[in-house]
Design a protein around this ligand. Structure first.
Ligand code: AMP
Ligand code: GLY
Length: 427
């Protein structure tokens, strides 16, 4: 199979790492990729939302399958572009259709979908500027803290949690008046859920599905979950409270109604569903849907996945996923993100990275890196995701932290407490 992978982050490096282990792979191209993916396939300089250019590349290189890493091309309709074009139908796109991608692209759509399909989620209402007074009244009926969400994609920043009613009202007004541009023309206000978060991942061909290993992600910049939200500073898998009982609840109460709900709406969906869940006293609630894999969760999920990824994707494309083998390794996986000092606010780029080659106990997934004059340099906030596998989470953490001690770039920052909440978790 000739494969084109879209994206450039640590997640895509992990995809490429898993894809090259597939017996079905002939050639792997990554657009635009990064220096990590360049070690595994050929990076090509194509923009991920330039569908015409992607189409031309696919015909020149006889691409059989396009795998979409980030959500944006899906929200922009890349699956439909290939599906609806007679000459391109034989190129499989692994990723939701444009309407399916609304599960991530519109919080209001996702909430209405969950309500209609009786999927457990926080109570909510959606407001526009014209109905701002009704929004203030709704806030008065809730207890603090208050959760306000921009309806559309806002680069991961569209959720604001306010501790008191006055802040909540001011924030609602700011959001409806364009704080997040068009993304906050509608605002979802919802009940605050108390619990512990977990990310679960589903691959579906639209009929059947496979549940992939779960992961816990560490979103805040500081130890002890303090400070600003980031894209994710680390992840661990497995997550101790995700036992068979919890998984069964997620399958029966969330995944199966989600797939049935998509079918009822005649929404074509062949790709990943990422469930951001809150475990509230043993009951799973959906906080959000994403239509892609998580980053850095992928960097722990794929190393634990005992399956040929392209074989699974072939099952997705041909709607035969139920015949495919998909197991999970018993080993634990952790990843610790090494970020640029200052991230998620201002940070410097172009700082030389050394020592990766010495960190051979771990898998170093590259995220914000570039090569300049033959030297590896930083080019983003999250620079590396240092993944390790071991018999326990503790041992995997030890490996990742000892690898990080061998890596160096000026102002490198990483959290020291990845996985600690899971190690201390009491049922
Ligand atoms: P989202 O972008 O929807 O994942 O929200 C960002 C973060 O806000 C989540 O990872 C949660 O930590 C938090 N959050 C979102 N919705 C809720 C909720 N209803 N109750 C409590 N926390 C929430
Ligand atoms: N790590 C969370 C995400 O990918 O959205």
């Amino acid at each position: 199979m000739n494969v084109l992978l879209l994206g450039a982050g640590g997640r895509e490096h992990a995809f490429a790492w898993k894809i090259v282990q597939s017996k079905q792979l002939k050639n792997l191209y990554i657009a635009p990729g990064n220096p990590g993916t360049a070690l595994l396939g050929e990076n090509v300089n194509i923009k991920i939302n330039d569908f015409e250019e992607i189409k031309n590349f696919c015909s020149v290189k006889k691409i059989d399958m396009i795998i979409v890493g980030p959500e944006e091309p899906l929200v922009n309709g890349i699956s439909d572009f290939f599906m609806n074009n007679g000459n391109l139908k034989n190129i499989a796109v692994i990723g939701a259709s444009k309407t399916g991608a609304l599960l991530e692209g519109s919080k209001d759509f996702a909430k209405e979908f969950m309500k209609k399909n009786n999927i457990p989620t926080a109570q909510y209402k959606t407001f526009t500027l014209a109905a701002i007074n009704a929004g203030f009244e709704f806030l008065e009926t809730l207890n603090p803290p208050y959760v306000l969400k921009a309806d559309g994609l806002a680069a991961g920043k569209g959720v604001v949690i306010c501790e008191n009613i006055n802040d909540a009202k001011t924030t609602l007004s700011e959001m409806l008046n364009g704080k997040f541009g068009a993304a906050s023309q509608k605002v979802v206000i919802e009940e605050f859920l108390n619990g512990i978060e977990v990310s679960m991942f589903v691959l579906t061909d639209g009929i059947s599905y496979k549940l992939l290993p779960e992961a816990k992600d560490y979103k805040r910049i500081g130890d002890g979950d303090k400070g600003a939200n980031t894209g994710g500073m680390g992840a661990v898998s497995p997550v101790c409270f995700v036992d068979d009982n919890f998984k069964q609840k997620v399958c029966e109460q969330i995944i199966e109604p989600t797939i049935a709900g998509l079918n009822a709406k005649k929404i074509n969906y062949q790709g990943f569903i990422f469930l951001g869940l809150m475990n509230c006293g043993g009951e799973p609630y959906v906080i959000e849907y994403n239509v892609r894999m998580g980053d850095p969760e992928t960097e722990v999920v794929f190393p634990r996945l005992d399956a040929d990824l392209l074989d699974l994707f072939d099952g997705v494309a041909t709607k035969t996923l139920n015949c495919k083998k998909c197991e999970t390794h018993a080993q634990s996986a952790v990843t610790v993100v090494c970020a640029s000092g200052g991230y998620p606010d201002l940070y410097k780029k172009g700082i030389e990275i050394s020592g990766i080659e010495n960190a051979d106990e771990s898998i170093i997934f590259q995220a914000g890196t570039t090569v300049c004059d033959g030297k590896l340099q930083t080019s983003g906030g999250r620079v590396l995701a240092v993944t390790s596998l071991a018999d326990t989470i503790e041992n995997a953490l030890q490996k990742s932290y000892s690898s990080i001690a061998k890596i160096n770039f000026r102002d490198m920052y990483f959290r020291k407490d990845i996985g600690q909440d899971i190690l201390n978790y009491k049922k």
